[in-house]
Design a protein. Structure first.
Length: 120
């Protein structure tokens, strides 16, 4: 089953270029949308996407990418069952992979390394 990638708020020419690269992989389904003030995570959730592409002045600044992720970075949640018999520990830690000198192959390889994209 193909993974869905959302292209949110990209300039038209950049969106066309990214879509062209992504659509070359049969395991990727591309949709376009907007993130607006809700942020890219909410937009991706609404679109059923596993990955969302956005543009930001400083892609390395997590707060500018999505303030909600930045606020949650490093937070752990210990969720207990009401009877205290079991629990789940959730740790929200952002993972960053900087990609310089972007090429189609690098973009597709980075996505494949971060997601299943239908590969076994």
């Amino acid at each position: 089953m193909p993974a869905t990638v959302l292209l949110a708020d990209l300039p038209r020419m950049l969106e066309d270029m990214v879509a062209s690269v992504l659509q070359s992989d049969p395991n990727i389904f591309v949709v376009s949308g907007v993130a607006n003030d809700r942020g890219p995570v909410a937009a991706a959730t609404d679109a059923g996407a596993q990955v969302v592409f956005v543009t930001r002045r400083d892609p390395a600044d997590l707060a500018s990418v999505d303030a909600r992720i930045a606020q949650a970075a490093g937070v752990s949640i210990f969720a207990l069952a009401p009877d205290g018999a079991w629990a789940c520990l959730y740790t929200l830690k952002p993972y960053v992979m900087r990609l310089d000198d972007l090429s189609s192959a690098k973009v597709l390889a980075a996505l494949a390394s971060m997601t299943q994209f239908g590969r076994a």
